[in-house]
Design a protein around this ligand. Structure first.
Ligand code: FAD
Length: 357
């Protein structure tokens, strides 16, 4: 297998990886020997390319342009996946970003000479610093409930959802209290024979407009968690679910009458210890995602709290490693900023004199 070398290896070409790439290029890192972006997907778009086709652009909650090149005018009823992927492709070309794909990173290891080895299915890259921008899409979270394997119907996760049509006439249980759960419930409820919404905690709806203040509060809470080495929590846990006109309509139709989490799954549905039972053909798990960082395990970055202790984008236990699009920067605006912060810090760290300019 080939061996390559670059000052900085970026893993992932979603919003966070492209922002990092833009700032690396702009601050003088040469494409190739200065930096490279490795991405496991076949095409541009990061996780956006995989989002369900019924997620059209006007249902996206605030997409922020990448630095230096605005998103061209969007078509509100065309899938966000197509429009964002086309934009990311144009962005990579416009800034001559050295994206290598498909290249899947399997493991990152420390070398005796202080560098890092980035092992992939296409050879090894040696780097002085690493910007990890691998998002969460490839790590859907499925909570465990007794009886799950006995269910005779279909179980799928948000990551597998392709639109409501295939649920026509079926009885669907939707699990999860986040925005994806509400969106998918809304779509499925228009064609299903019945929908049942279950969440662990009563959902908090927020009638306030989702403005910068709420956003800042959410980011601050997640930032506090990762600075203390805890796993990053959910942003909706802080902001509540926004009450959009669609949510109002769903409430009026009774679709959002939620039940507490069931206690077990039976072959034909879901059951509670108080004797309640809901028959189901499908369980749709909208239970979120976790950071896709298993390949960093050999670096031993985990803190006793179960997370990775961070100072901004920098991993406290290893100054060579920055995580962008992780925790408080897991949004399009956060990813943009994190890319810039990581590059500023890495540049200063690799060459202290450069930081003065
Ligand atoms: P991604 O876009 O996930 O990109 C990660 C890239 O890393 C992928 O291309 C993947 O192939 C690659 N990769 C992963 N593992 C490896 C590996 N081992 N080796 C090589 N490559 C790898 N944010 C908003 O601001 N507004 C919204 O409306 C919004 N809606 C969302 C809806 C959903 C369902 C989800 C899950 C998130 C949403 N977000 C939204 C969050 C937002 O999409 C992301 O936080 C943001 O796009 C930053 O993405 P990223 O670059 O961190 O990761």
């Amino acid at each position: 297998m080939d061996t390559h070398s670059a000052d900085v290896v970026v893993i992932g070409s979603g919003q966070a990886g492209l922002s990092a790439g833009y700032h690396l290029h702009r601050t003088g890192f040469a494409p190739g020997s200065g930096f490279v972006i490795l991405d496991a997907d076949n095409g541009p778009g990061g996780a956006w390319q995989h989002r369900w086709p019924t997620l059209v652009f006007d249902r996206v909650h605030g997409f922020h342009d990448l630095p230096g090149l605005p998103l061209p005018p969007t078509e509100p009823h065309r899938p966000a996946s197509e429009q964002v992927s086309a934009y990311f492709a144009a962005y990579e070309r416009a800034f001559d970003l050295p994206v290598r794909r498909p290249v899947r990173v399997r493991a990152v290891r420390s070398r005796p000479d202080g560098r890092l080895d980035v092992h992939t299915d296409r050879g090894t890259w040696t780097a002085r610093a690493l910007i990890n921008a691998t998002g969460t899409w490839t790590r859907p979270f499925w909570p465990h409930y007794p009886g799950r394997s006995t269910f005779r119907g279909r179980q799928l996760h948000t990551a597998d959802y392709r639109g409501p049509a295939e649920f026509t006439g079926l009885r669907v249980v939707v699990v999860g209290g986040g925005t994806s759960a509400v969106q998918l419930l809304g779509e499925v409820s228009t064609v299903a024979a019945a929908t049942t919404w279950v969440t662990r905690r009563p959902p908090t709806f927020n009638d306030e407009e989702f403005g910068p203040e709420l956003g800042r509060a959410a980011v601050a809470r997640v930032d506090q968690a990762v600075r203390a080495g805890r796993p990053p929590g959910s942003v909706v846990g802080v902001t509540g679910l926004p009450v959009t006109p669609e949510v109002r309509r769903l409430r009026e139709r009774g679709v959002l009458d939620r039940l507490p989490m069931f206690d077990r799954i039976t072959p034909d549905g879901v059951a509670w210890t108080d004797g309640r039972f809901v028959p189901a053909d499908v369980i749709l798990w909208c239970t979120g995602f976790r950071a896709a960082i298993d390949h960093l395990a050999p670096l031993g970055l985990r803190a006793p709290g179960g997370g990775i202790t961070m100072d901004g984008t920098r991993v406290v236990a290893d100054a060579r490693v920055h995580l962008v699009g992780y925790g408080p920067s897991a949004s399009t605006i956060g990813a943009n900023r994190a890319g810039r912060t990581a590059v500023t810090e890495i540049r200063a760290w690799l060459s202290p004199a450069a930081a003065l300019h």
